[in-house]
Design a protein around this ligand. Structure first.
Ligand code: G16
Length: 543
């Protein structure tokens, strides 16, 4: 087999976003486009000669072609071993698990997460470091710099490899091991949760549905929920991964997980419902006619963690992204735990977990996880909830009502305006920034504004600083209004407006969040002038 050195030229815009490089499939299909990015990664991560690389993806369209190319490039660039999921499949948390378990040098994960898949939709790639987590900004910036100067890449010239059967073979001196994508991950889950108690719950008449949204968690959920835990066949719906995710948008929220939402709000709704996204790292939790916000879910997991074997000794601390509600802060305060507020992006939790400062982390964008891997983990969150339900033997809604009684309720909602013209979106944020000096001390939505700023974060472990991480309007009573542009979209811009207000009075905990936040929603519209600047009069997604 011959190693080829292929001449190439840089492509514009190969800058990793919130979670790696995400573009339309058609962009990735341009000759040299993916190879340039992969070579730029290999040129940025230090000396990996003879080391192990983990490779896998969510199975979306272009996954197979991408993996063939990556394996041939890994061999040509001197990796000693590649672990690749059978059929090219690894959910994002499973990839993190395999990297950690095998002490790999790092991994390449192929996914555009919750974005739709297919020839005209999205693809993505990101590099994870040896702790199993997304590369920190120092690495992604180096990768971007290399993409701008690239002149050649290395690749083995050979026929496509058989990745559909578990086993191993050699490729130009590199060992390729095709592994079962589920088993390491399932074993890790069994080590954390009380499978006996969950089995008993599922055998007791308790009913549930899990929506895999035609994406990667299907095989994982079937093996664990229906296989190990004895949930009846059919508990996992949309469980066959498809290259186009069945034409859907595998984002587990009230808008896009409509099949599940209909069941959970219909007659004879099951006791528990959950969904995961394209690559298996997000989760949505539902009770019978009841939606648990991701921010509340994190708070409930933190408050109940010691009921679960993997966390029975207590948790070290918690972290949440800045736009996530402060519900978990209240739990942390009552347990005497540190609580960190990071920018949006799972990569910011890695250092805190590696340093042993936090055990549980979460984000409003339907991400929850812990130190068991270095990614958020959809199925892990579902099993955590099942373990709590098995222990408490109460309905999901009662657990939340009880939680709010103890800690108060952080009413919370996110309004997304997707596919907005990029210049108009920038103007909306500028409009709010222009009022930074005049808003504090004035009243908005019946509350006094205390501070306006661009959120910046200094990592307490390595001292690195990340600026411009969201525009904040903070109120004296703890309410918040945050404006941010998404870093994961692939067309136009997405404006996210995050709204939060705190209610201590249990008599007022039963409101719909949109009703409770109505005055904040109106104030956000007037401060940002979103409607006149973008022409949009309502959000595309409300969560
Ligand atoms: C990624 C990141 C998350 C982030 C989310 C939303 O998730 O890993 O940390 O919260 O994007 O980011 P944005 O608001 O910039 O769109 P995923 O599931 O897409 O990998």
């Amino acid at each position: 087999m011959r190693i080829q050195t292929v001449s190439t030229e840089p492509f514009e815009g190969q800058q990793p976003g919130t979670s790696g490089l995400r573009k339309k499939v058609k962009v990735f299909q341009q000759p040299h486009y993916l190879a340039n990015f992969v070579q730029a990664v290999f040129d940025s991560i230090g000396d990996f000669a003879g080391q192990t690389l983990v490779v896998g993806g969510d199975g979306r369209f272009f996954n197979r072609e991408a993996i063939q190319m990556i394996l041939k490039m890994a061999a040509a660039n001197g990796f000693g071993r590649v672990l690749v999921g059978q059929g090219g499949i690894l959910s994002t948390p499973a990839a993190s698990c395999v990297i950690r378990k095998n002490k790999a040098f790092g991994g390449l994960i192929l996914s555009a997460s919750h974005n739709p898949a297919g020839p005209d939709e999205d693809f993505g790639i990101k590099y994870n470091i040896g702790n199993g987590g997304p590369a920190p900004e120092g690495v992604t910036e180096a990768v971007f710099a290399h993409t701008r100067n690239i002149e050649f890449y290395n690749i083995v010239d050979c026929a496509d490899l058989d990745l559909d059967h578990v086993g191993s073979f050699e490729l130009a001196g590199m060992q390729v091991e095709v592994i079962d994508p589920v088993s390491d991950y399932a074993e890790l889950m069994e080590s954390l949760f009380d499978f006996t108690a969950i089995r008993a719950l599922l055998a007791s008449g308790f009913t549930m549905k899990f929506d895999a949204m035609h994406a990667v968690t299907g095989p994982y959920a079937k093996a664990i929920l229906e296989g190990c835990l004895g949930a009846p066949a059919g508990t996992v719906m949309n469980g066959e991964p498809k290259e186009d995710f069945g034409g859907g948008h595998p984002d587990p929220n009230l808008t896009y997980a409509h099949d599940l939402v209909e069941i959970m709000y219909g007659d004879d709704a099951p006791d528990f419902g959950a969904a995961s996204d394209g690559d298996g790292d997000r989760n949505m939790i539902l009770g019978n006619h009841f939606f648990v916000t991701p921010s509340d879910s994190l708070a409930v997991l933190a408050a109940n963690a010691t009921r679960v074997p993997g966390y029975a000794g207590g948790i070290a601390g918690v972290a949440r992204s800045m736009p996530t509600s402060a519900a978990v802060d209240r739990v942390a305060a009552s347990l005497g735990l540190d609580c960190y507020e990071t920018p949006t992006g799972w990569k910011f939790f890695g250092n805190l977990m590696d340093a042993g400062r936090v055990t549980l982390c979460g984000e409003e964008s339907f991400g929850t996880g812990s130190g068991h891997v270095r990614e958020k983990d959809g199925l892990w969150a579902v099993l955590f909830w099942l373990n709590i339900l098995a222990d408490r033997k109460e309905p999901v809604a009662d657990i939340l009502v009880d939680h709010w009684k103890q800690f108060g309720r952080n009413y919370y909602s996110r309004h997304d305006y997707e596919g907005v013209d990029a210049a108009a979106a920038a103007a909306v944020l500028k409009r709010v920034r222009d009022q930074f000096s005049t808003l504090p001390g004035t009243e908005l939505a019946g509350r006094m504004v205390s501070l306006c700023d661009d959120f910046s974060y200094t990592d307490p472990v390595d001292g690195s600083v990340s600026r411009n991480q969201g525009v904040r309007v903070l109120f004296e009573d703890g309410s918040r209004m945050i404006f941010r542009l998404s870093g994961t979209g692939t067309s136009g811009a997405t404006i996210r407006i995050y709204l939060e207000s705190y209610e201590a009075d249990a008599g007022r905990h039963g409101l719909d969040a949109q009703v409770a936040l109505a005055d904040m929603i109106e104030a956000a519209a007037s401060v940002s002038q979103l409607q006149p600047l973008t022409g949009r009069d309502k959000p595309t997604v409300i969560t």
